[in-house]
Design a binder for this molecule. Structure first.
Ligand SMILES: Nc1ncnc2c1ncn2[C@@H]1O[C@H](COP(=O)(O)OP(=O)(O)OP(=O)(O)O)[C@@H](O)[C@H]1O
Length: 229
């Protein structure tokens, strides 16, 4: 098995591309969904966050107020470090579990949808392929304004707060150009899907897993033979 990192900028079309990939049967793990799940009430990260940040970061229904937490850590690097040290290990563990699930089911690759893949750089070395969903700046701005009902100024601020999409584009192995129609994007997604399906990069890890299982099986049979003779 190998990992494929899917990323892009705000409103560049990651969700659009990941749902097209899902539609083709690809396993996609959404880092944002995992990040929300690991801080649900009753989880370890939830308890630690409430302990550190207090009841103020809770919504009326008891869930973490992610917007409020975002505002707090925006201006306080120490608190941001604390938040990351609580949530990141949980996120990585949960993602690893999902990856293992797909591995056991025999999938050749798993796509990880990670919006900040190149910003955090923590996961890039694990990715055999990286894919950036790109669209031109004017299209990105207008789609963001429309989707989130933002003024031009607000949308520009949000785009400016991120690593430039053109920079991410230069770092990726594959680029999906999403400035045009969804059908054009889908054609590129099909090409990517074919390239990933045809790749033999899944073989080394599968060979190691098969060898390990065969070794354990052999050891088990040897022990049984010893005990029954
Ligand atoms: N090719 C396209 N043509 C027209 N509209 C599109 C196209 N691709 C995406 N959109 C629209 O642009 C908006 C942003 O797309 P999407 O939500 O997929 O981006 P995203 O990268 O996942 O955004 P974010 O990371 O900010 O959540 C959505 O409203 C989506 O419907």
């Amino acid at each position: 098995m190998f990992l494929v990192g899917l990323t892009g900028g705000i409103a560049s079309g990651k969700s659009t591309v990941s749902s097209q990939l899902r539609g083709l049967g690809c396993p996609v793990i959404d880092a944002d969904v995992v990040a929300r799940r690991v801080v649900e009430p009753q989880t370890r990260a939830y308890r630690l966050l409430v302990q550190y940040f207090g009841q103020d970061v809770l919504l009326e229904n008891g869930e973490i107020d992610r917007q409020k937490l975002g505002q707090i850590i925006f201006t306080d690097p120490e608190k941001r470090r604390m938040l990351n040290s609580i949530t990141h290990p949980e996120i990585h563990r949960a993602m690893l579990k999902e990856i293992l699930y797909y591995f056991i089911r025999g999938y050749r690759y798993v796509i990880l949808d990670v919006p900040l893949l190149f910003e955090t750089r923590r996961l890039t070395h694990l990715m055999k392929h990286t894919v950036v969903v790109y669209c031109d700046p004017a299209t990105q701005l207008s789609r963001l304004m429309q989707r989130d009902s933002l003024s031009r100024e607000e949308a520009e601020q949000r785009i400016a707060a991120q690593m430039p999409l053109s920079e991410k584009r230069g770092l990726a192995r594959h680029v999906i150009e999403n400035s045009s129609l969804r059908e054009d994007t889908h054609r590129q997604v099909l090409r990517l899907h074919t390239a990933l399906d045809d790749s033999t990069e899944y073989l080394p890890i599968r060979a190691v897993a098969v060898a390990a299982i065969a070794g354990l099986g052999g050891l088990f049979l040897y022990m049984v033979k010893l005990l029954t003779s």
